[in-house]
Design a binder for this molecule. Structure first.
Ligand code: FAD
Length: 449
């Protein structure tokens, strides 16, 4: 039987289950959060606001995860992970950036000239409209099927595709590559025709952070208890809670563990779980795709590319290689060009060393702007697929997966002791910073009740 005192305490904890927690020693937090990316940090902040004591364990020697502002070049921050807030209207990141007073600048996507070898412009004619029509028809066809199919399979089965000549197909493929494969970090043969773009979007501008995206996680991290350099290798049930062990043998215990490591890390089974995860979750982890998008940032002594917009494309000898370029000169005030590769091209380029990567990038630029193009004075290159704490760039809807798959991935396991968050679990906004941020909040709500 409960005494009145117990009853009051129980009511307090029902309204705010961690109301009594701050009195407890920080040595045993209420919740251990694995990963100090946006999901982990937003969850920690939300839990702290509800009175829960949290400890964030982060494998790297920095926070931010796939937000990675490199400060290798003095006074010229370079984002080698996320760059944009995709759609500022109603986006929680807008509020967060305002709160932190972080400057943003809008990217100019128009014009986006497509260059061919020799520097001439590719005439797209009706190829953009054609690509849109083909994708729409492919989607309708695929939705009429009982089972999912790849985007490439769905498009290539259309009579309209069969009737195109080689040149038109190439232009359509380029548009699909620029707008879909680079966006979702995967080849169209791997993307689900049903669900490849089945996510919600915010309206408004696409903005970048001239001083680096890293300011956002740094703002979120203020006042949180975070230990970096802690590679979690095992999670096990312990009493009524959970124990977490790191590569150095340190062990931590808590009532709940929130796992926010990237999908790639879970797929590769880099963390051992003492008991099986739910079947739906295990299936979701193996079925969702982990995409690859890499950046190569080249620094020059002077600008040699057109100043009209921030982007240009390249349709070179190898379709889909070094096809998208972003000029950072207006944003950063420095002559910087960033080349992007996704999917198969990204995997191939990632296997090269720095010199090999720069040589390929420069071959593309010389092919467009001529042999007199100066060599870069420096370069920074991402290799997210080889990064042991990411093992890819972000998740995508592989054939046979969709919103439901992400719903099965999200949520709790082990009777609520184990919780999952991160961009890949967010059904509405996967593969984005805001999706990761929201998933952290949602996980905090699940834990705090
Ligand atoms: C090249 C690139 C460009 C992108 N561009 C954009 C963009 O412009 N806009 C956008 O909205 N999104 C973009 N994204 C996606 C966005 O960066 C991610 O969706 C988001 O940052 C993921 O946050 P997260 O918290 O889920 O994961 P993460 O940020 O990856 O955080 C997970 C953390 O877990 C840590 N970890 C991993 N293994 C362990 C372990 N064993 N023990 C302890 N810690 C571990 C990692 O080090 C990491 O810090 C981009 C991503 C990449 C790679």
């Amino acid at each position: 039987m409960l005494s009145r005192r117990d009853l009051l305490a129980g009511m307090a904890s029902a309204a705010c289950p961690f109301a009594l927690a701050p009195a407890r020693a920080q040595a045993q937090p209420d919740v251990i959060i694995i990963g100090a990316g946006m999901a982990g940090l937003s969850a920690a902040r939300a839990l702290n606001e509800r009175g829960a004591a949290t400890l964030v364990l982060e494998a790297r020697d920095r926070i931010g995860g796939r937000i990675w502002t490199s400060n290798q070049w003095a006074h010229v921050p370079v984002d080698l992970g996320a760059s944009w807030i995709h759609g500022t209207d109603g986006n929680p990141l807008t509020h967060l950036a305002d709160e932190a007073g972080i400057a943003r600048k809008q990217t100019r996507w128009d014009p986006n000239p497509v260059f061919k070898p020799g520097g001439g412009r590719v005439v797209l004619d009706d190829a953009e409209k054609l690509a849109r029509t083909l994708i729409e028809k492919a989607r309708v066809r695929a939705e009429g099927r009982d089972d999912d199919i790849s985007l490439s399979g769905a498009v290539e089965a259309l009579p309209d595709w069969a009737s195109l000549d080689e040149n038109k197909r190439r232009l359509v493929r380029h548009i699909i590559h620029d707008n879909i494969e680079l966006e979702y970090a995967a080849g169209w043969q791997d993307l689900s025709a049903w669900s490849f773009d089945d996510s919600d979007e915010y309206d408004g501008a696409e903005v970048v952070f001239p001083d680096g995206y890293g300011a956002l996680p740094a703002h979120l991290a203020k006042g949180l208890s975070i230990q970096t350099g802690q590679v979690v290798v095992r999670i096990e049930k312990a009493g009524k809670g959970v124990r977490v062990t790191t590569g150095t043998g340190s062990a931590y215990q808590a009532r709940h563990v929130l796992v926010t490591v990237p999908l790639g890390v879970l797929k590769a089974k880099r963390i051992e779980f003492s008991h099986p995860l739910s079947k739906d979750r295990t299936t979701a982890i193996s079925a969702l795709g982990m995409g690859l998008l890499n950046k190569c940032c080249l620094r020059f002594e002077r600008m040699f590319w057109p100043e009209t917009g921030d982007v240009f494309s390249y349709l070179g000898d190898r379709d889909g290689y070094w096809s998208q370029w972003l000029s950072l000169s207006r944003i950063s005030g420095e002559p910087l060009l960033m080349g992007f590769n996704a999917g198969a091209a990204a995997r191939e380029v990632e296997a090269l060393d720095d010199a090999g990567t720069i040589a390929q990038a420069m071959a593309a630029l010389k092919s467009i702007f001529g042999p007199a193009v100066p060599d870069p004075v420096a370069a920074q290159i991402s290799r997210w697929g080889k990064d042991p704490f990411a093992l890819g760039s972000y998740s995508f809807a592989a054939v046979g997966t969709g919103r439901e798959t992400r719903h099965s991935f999200a949520g709790t396991d082990w009777n609520g002791r184990l919780v999952f968050a991160g961009e890949a679990v967010h059904a509405d906004h996967p593969a984005t910073v805001h999706g990761a941020y929201l998933s952290g909040h949602e996980a905090a709500e699940q834990i705090a009740g």
